[in-house]
Design a protein around this ligand. Sequence first.
Ligand code: BEZ
Length: 237
Amino acid sequence: METNPNQEFYAMPRIGEKAPSFKAVTTQGPINFPEDYNGSWAILFSHPADFTPVCTSEFMTFASMEDQFNKANCKLVGLSVDGLYSHIAWLRTIKEKIEFNGMKNVEVTFPLIEDITMDVAKKYGMMMPGESNTKAVRAVFFVDPNGIIRAIIYYPLSLGRNFDELYRALIAMQTADAFSIATPADWRPGDDVIVPPAGSCGVAKDRMDNKEEMHCYDWFFCTKKLSKEEVLKKIMK
Ligand code: BEZ
């Protein structure tokens, strides 16, 4: 494989590691990440550029769901490699002019980081030169209340994110933490959950035999009921 001597390489932050710290200027004032978010979840997400259509549709959708995320003790933080005045002008245009998918007068009140130097984008592995040298890809970092990266999702420039999935993933991780369980494919609150938590190896045979309110498909795959009410009571502020 040919290598480009001018190519810069950055370590990608990984799940289970402390979120890299940075200070930045945002549309809501300065932030110190992740320290300012200690005690709550944060979703740090990048978009390629202000004044672009996919990003506009994403910002309107995410801003419309902000209360929902805040109620689940999660704050939103956006980033692109544009400057502060571009951010401010774009968000004003969104509020004043854009009507999309039944959303209008949408005010983005979560911070949007200016990152003209690309320092933060590089630190977080948001620059992917194969996709673009000048724009961040659509990255999503879920950071827990202890500042640990818990999930990372990347999308290319052309693909708008599914914000219901981001919310589902957040609630699933919070539920896994709160109840020491894991969640199966496509899980939503109210669906059965997997015991024991991910990473352990099945349940003891005696537990499986007396079934302890569990349904076992085999020794390594057991589920139990967990009501939506129990989940929401534990998680919602
Ligand atoms: C968009 O958000 O529409 C977009 C941004 C950068 C490249 C392609 C599309």
